[in-house]
Design a protein around this ligand. Structure first.
Ligand SMILES: CC(C)(COP(=O)(O)OP(=O)(O)OC[C@H]1O[C@@H](n2cnc3c(N)ncnc32)[C@H](O)[C@@H]1OP(=O)(O)O)[C@@H](O)C(=O)NCCC(=O)NCCS
Length: 172
């Protein structure tokens, strides 16, 4: 039986560090966005797994913003944390800061929200523990996440005309 006792969100925090090397870069000598998204997905998944102690799959990534590039030779510092937990899904926030190795200067480059779903070995959804908010700020974060979740699920059903124009390539 999974442990469904409430979890302190602080205990889900993950910090991941990547040195930006030429193979990670685009033709502007900055980190390639798809590579940064891969690291965000991994960092977020580890936070979600820390919360529920189950295998998780990524259901969605949204509110992904590239605020600034990360130059080759700089360090990317990823930080993930579970913001809210629902029945079988969790919303995780991930930020990426760039650090200049010689000066230590840091600034925000990327932020994203991801939803992960806990699954068992047969792929069935598994309930996850609630988040035990410790502070008013953490309680506010949960309230905001509940609003976002409703908007996200509604958005998935609405304004989907664009999928119809993509149908020819899907062979449907
Ligand atoms: C994500 C996935 C498990 C959801 O399956 P589903 O049949 O839509 O599941 P359900 O309707 O039972 O929803 C399960 C949970 O996922 C949430 N969910 C489903 N689609 C979602 C989406 N696009 N965004 C956010 N949450 C989503 C539901 O709200 C629900 O949450 P809750 O249990 O906390 O209320 C399924 O679509 C899947 O396996 N996708 C592929 C995942 C994958 O391969 N990821 C990349 C590699 S890890």
């Amino acid at each position: 039986m999974p442990d469904l006792s409430p979890k302190n969100p602080k205990d889900t925090e993950v910090v991941m560090t990547q040195l930006i090397l030429p193979p990670d870069a685009n033709n502007l000598d900055a980190a390639f966005g798809g590579k940064v998204m891969e690291w965000i997905d991994i960092c977020g998944a580890v936070a979600a797994q820390r919360h529920c102690r189950q295998v998780v799959v990524t259901a969605s990534m949204d509110d992904l913003h590239f605020h600034a590039p990360i130059k080759v030779g700089w360090v990317a510092l990823l930080h993930a944390r579970v913001l809210a937990a629902f029945r079988t899904s969790m919303e995780v926030g991930v930020t990426v800061h760039a650090e200049n190795p010689p000066t230590g200067e840091r600034h925000l480059t990327t932020s994203a929200l991801l939803t992960f779903v806990a699954i068992d070995k047969d792929g069935a959804r598994v309930p996850v523990p609630p988040v035990a908010a410790q502070t008013d700020a953490e309680r506010e974060v949960i309230r905001e996440a509940e609003v976002r979740r409703a908007q996200r699920l509604a958005r998935q059903k609405e304004n989907q005309g664009w999928l119809k124009v993509m149908k020819p390539l899907a062979g449907a």
